[in-house]
Write a protein that binds this ligand. Structure first.
Ligand SMILES: Cc1cc2nc3c(=O)[nH]c(=O)nc-3n(C[C@H](O)[C@H](O)[C@H](O)COP(=O)(O)OP(=O)(O)OC[C@H]3O[C@@H](n4cnc5c(N)ncnc54)[C@H](O)[C@@H]3O)c2cc1C
Length: 369
């Protein structure tokens, strides 16, 4: 009689949960606990707000459309707690009841919130659609747009809004001296120049005062700064990179002081042979960069070995600088910034006809119907 497959439970089906699931669904009996019934990517916030039709097509995809998820049990709900002794996850289901899901291996891929566009709430597809539309419309109708933050999300929103809505006034406020901390100096300079060219008013060394609830919505009204200055705005986008890990369902012993999951280079949770973590919830390196940098390959390989009774033997080695696209595809193509500050530009035609359908959907995600 063939041996039963081991049970793998994945918590969170965002960018990394799906990337791992499509690689492990044949070897394991996979159950995925997911607050959303689609992959709602955190990528390309600027495009999501300024070109929601394009963004939806590429970054909000029903989980049922992924070919390699066909045999995966999708549980629409939220993990509420785990018991690492009895190896169970307690789940609040989307429609009221609770359920207990057993596992042999557990993968934590629950991400983090860093603004209104990412959360750990149970949501229907209709609610997500409505949110995307409402926010895009609010920005489209705003005459004065203020973006707060100096990281890639903030730069992406400021540059895309300035280019798409040239009749609006766009300002970018951030507390540091330089934009894009963690990127190479050449990349930082490139975007300082691009923002200026697009007419964005860039205000470095300017700390905006934040009320707790504000970060979770695209607001409007008064924006107050530490130096006492106040501006009136039609749309305020908070993108200050304040990461709040989605980890309240995990025992404290698995978490660091900020609530991120402590992992080894193998992407195993430290001290736990059958728990793995990846993506924004995982404290893999100072930039917590395992959602990028091909970490899903390391994880799938190591988990696969564990299931065969072997030791994990691949290590996640993050780069020293951030790299990749910052603002998404523009009319003149997609710029990919290397760790050493170099730029590779792919034409829009190449992105829309080859990169996204063939490389991303067919090769990286192993087929999307
Ligand atoms: C090219 C590129 C561009 C990017 N641009 C941006 C950008 O503009 N803005 C930005 O913010 N980031 C951006 N990023 C970062 C990227 O979005 C994140 O690093 C990535 O989404 C993290 O993936 P994740 O799987 O860790 O988390 P997520 O994709 O956030 O997925 C986590 C999922 O788990 C769910 N979940 C949470 N808690 C539970 C629970 N208890 N039970 C069940 N499910 C749960 C969440 O609701 C969510 O669906 C970019 C990355 C790249 C590569």
């Amino acid at each position: 009689m063939p041996q039963a497959k081991q049970k793998l439970v994945i918590i969170g089906m965002g960018d990394t949960g799906v990337l791992c699931a499509v690689r492990l669904s044949r070897q394991f009996d996979v159950t995925a606990i997911t607050t959303k019934t689609s992959l709602v990517s955190g990528q390309e916030l600027g495009m999501r707000l300024t070109n929601p039709a394009w963004w939806r097509k590429h970054y909000k995809i029903s989980l049922q459309r992924y070919r390699r998820l066909q045999g995966v049990r999708l549980v629409h709900g939220r993990a509420e707690s785990i018991d690492i002794v009895s190896q169970h996850v307690e789940v609040q289901l989307a429609y009221g009841e609770a359920s207990s899901v057993p596992y042999d291996y557990l993968l934590i891929a629950s991400g983090a919130s860093n603004g209104f566009w990412r959360n750990d709430r149970i949501s229907s597809d209709d609610e997500i659609e409505a949110g995307i539309e409402t926010n895009a419309e609010r920005l489209r109708n705003a005459r004065k747009i203020d973006v707060v933050g100096g990281g890639p999300s903030a730069v992406s929103v400021a540059l895309n809004t300035a280019r798409q809505f040239p009749e609006s006034t766009v300002a970018l406020h951030f507390s540091g001296q330089k934009l894009l901390r963690g990127y190479h100096a050449l990349t930082q300079d490139y975007y300082a120049h691009a923002l200026e060219q697009a007419g964005v008013k860039v205000h470095p060394n300017r700390r905006a005062l934040l009320a707790d609830h504000q970060i979770d919505q695209l607001g409007s009204g008064q924006l107050t700064f530490g130096d006492g200055a106040v501006v009136e705005s039609d749309a305020i986008v908070w993108a200050i990179g304040r990461m709040r890990p989605h980890s309240d369902f995990l025992p404290d012993e698995l978490l660091d002081e900020q609530g991120f999951v402590v992992t080894d280079l193998t992407l195993q949770v430290s001290g736990q042979n059958n728990l793995f973590a990846i993506g924004d919830v995982a404290a893999t390196d100072p930039l917590r960069s395992s959602a990028r940098n091909w970490a899903y390959r390391v994880l799938a390989h190591n988990l696969g070995r564990c299931a065969k009774g072997k030791e994990p033997n691949r290590m996640f080695r993050p780069p020293s600088h951030r790299w990749g696209s910052v603002v998404g595809p523009q009319d003149d193509g997609l710029r990919i910034h290397s760790q050493s500050g170099g730029i590779q530009r792919l034409t829009r035609r190449l992105v829309d006809r080859l990169l996204l359908p063939l490389v991303v959907r067919r090769i990286i995600y192993r087929g999307v119907d």
